[in-house]
Design a protein. Structure first.
Length: 222
C-alpha cells in the first residue's frame, strides 16, 4: 500500500532572485509612514496673508503716485527775471577767418547800420529784424590766431537797465583736428534786435561771466 507524505506548504517570499534562482536573504521591505504635506493649512494661511499684504502695499503706492500735485507758485523763474534783464534776439549774419583789416587783437565794433562795420562784405548784409529803431549790429573779432579752426561767437545778449551785456566765446580747434597751418583772423557779424544803441552801455562777458578785456567801439549813427 502506497504511503502519501504530506508536507506543510509555506508561502513563497516575493523579492528579487539571484542568478541561480535562490532567494536573497536579509532583504525586507518596510512601509514608511506618509510624510506630512507642505501644503498644510497653516502654511497656506501664511502664504495667503503675505500675498494679500503685498497686493495692498502695491495698490496704496499706485494710488499715492496718481494723486495730482498741489498747485502753487512755481520756483522756476523766467530767463529774463533770473538774469536780471530782458533777453535780446541774436542772429548771426555772416562770419569768416580773414576779416577785412586783419585785426591782430580781439575786440568788438558796434553800429546801428551794418555797412558801417569794418568788415568786407558788411554792406551786403540784409536785415532780418526791424528795418529801423530797435536793432543794431556787432562785429566781433577774435584777433590773430596761429592756425585755422578757431571761431568766435556771440551766444547771448541781455538788456539790463541801460546796459547791454553780450556773452562772447572764443572756440579753439580740437587737438586732433587737421587745420590750416597759417595765421587766421576769425570774426563774426551778428544782428541784435530788441533795443538800439542810443544811450546804451555795452559790456562783454565770457562763458564764466568774466570780462574778457576786449575793447568795445561804438560807431556813431548818422
Amino acid at each position: 500500500m502506497a504511503t502519501i507524505l504530506l508536507h506543510e506548504s509555506r508561502p513563497r517570499r516575493s523579492g528579487p532572485e539571484t542568478a541561480g534562482g535562490a532567494m536573497r536573504k536579509g532583504v525586507s521591505v518596510k512601509a514608511h509612514p506618509a510624510r506630512r504635506s507642505l501644503a498644510s493649512p497653516e502654511v497656506a494661511s501664511l502664504s495667503a496673508s503675505l500675498v494679500a499684504g503685498i497686493f495692498a502695499a502695491v495698490l496704496m503706492s499706485a494710488c499715492a503716485s496718481s494723486e495730482p500735485a498741489e498747485s502753487g507758485p512755481s520756483e522756476t523763474s523766467a530767463p529774463e527775471a533770473t538774469a536780471g534783464g530782458r533777453e535780446l534776439n541774436v542772429e548771426e549774419v555772416f562770419s569768416g577767418d580773414a576779416g577785412s583789416g586783419s585785426r591782430e587783437r580781439p575786440g568788438v565794433v558796434l553800429s546801428a547800420e551794418p555797412e558801417d562795420l569794418p568788415v568786407s562784405g558788411a554792406s551786403q548784409v540784409e536785415r532780418t529784424g526791424p528795418q529801423a529803431g530797435e536793432v543794431f549790429y556787432a562785429a566781433v573779432f577774435a584777433g590773430e590766431r596761429p592756425t585755422g579752426g578757431y571761431d568766435v561767437e556771440v551766444r547771448d545778449a541781455v538788456l539790463r537797465g541801460e546796459r547791454v551785456v553780450l556773452e562772447v566765446a572764443l572756440i579753439e580747434p580740437p587737438e586732433e583736428a587737421i587745420v590750416t597751418q597759417a595765421l587766421t583772423y576769425p570774426f563774426t557779424v551778428v544782428e541784435i534786435s530788441g533795443t538800439d544803441l542810443q544811450g546804451r552801455e555795452v559790456r562783454l562777458t565770457d562763458e564764466e561771466g568774466r570780462d574778457p578785456g576786449w575793447p568795445v567801439e561804438v560807431i556813431p549813427s548818422g
